[in-house]
Design a protein around this ligand. Sequence first.
Ligand code: SF4
Ligand code: SF4
Ligand code: FES
Length: 228
Amino acid sequence: MKTITLTIDGKRIKAQEGEKLLRVALDNDIYIPNLCAIEDNPEPLAACRLCFVEVEGKEKPITACTETVAEGMVVNTKGEKSLRLVRTGFELIMASHPVDCAHCTKSGSCELQKIARHIGAKLKSRQLRQLQWHLPIDDSHPLFIYDANKCVLCGRCVWVCRRRLGIGVFGFAHRGFQRAVTTFGDEPIGNSRCEGCAECISVCPTGALVFKDGEEPKIKTGDKAHSK
Ligand code: SF4
Ligand code: SF4
Ligand code: FES
């Protein structure tokens, strides 16, 4: 594979041809907000729309998780145009999120908290009307809890579970505002064909999927995009 050189936020970086810009930035300790990217997935989901950056020569901001690096590329992760898009996207996500960090197992390692800090935003939107679903919490599994209220629809759990089981335990249901991640037929996870591998827990960026005992996930499969 050919090595190329690019610049991100003024830092000259070496990368391998074909690598995605988000991965290269994170590997070089340059944080770009991201919720849906998974390192192992060759076809980025590009669902969260939070990884916008500006690239010299391109008129509009682009998503770093889908962009392949190129020789001589000059990237700005802090441009006003891209930050505006990221802030708007984040506010939309948070408008339907129950911000209850004081009682959330994920607090301290939650990607939403990290993104809020990074872009200088509040977790609770002041501009948008809050929309809460008050969905039931599924605690039917012996190991973990699924709180759909805290799900940001990133799709990471759907992807890792499908890769492991073929037809995974989780899937997307409904459209528009009703869109949700759930099990086939909405059955309790404890009744599903879940093998308890906990890969979904390790990739979930929020407190939606957490261990019952409050443990941090120990396995690290495909979660590099949010572990930096
Ligand atoms: S998922 Fe994150 S933002 Fe939401 S309540 Fe838990 S710690 Fe707070
Ligand atoms: S449960 Fe977690 S990993 Fe799955 S879609 Fe929701 S936020 Fe993403
Ligand atoms: S759209 Fe790029 S990380 Fe989600």
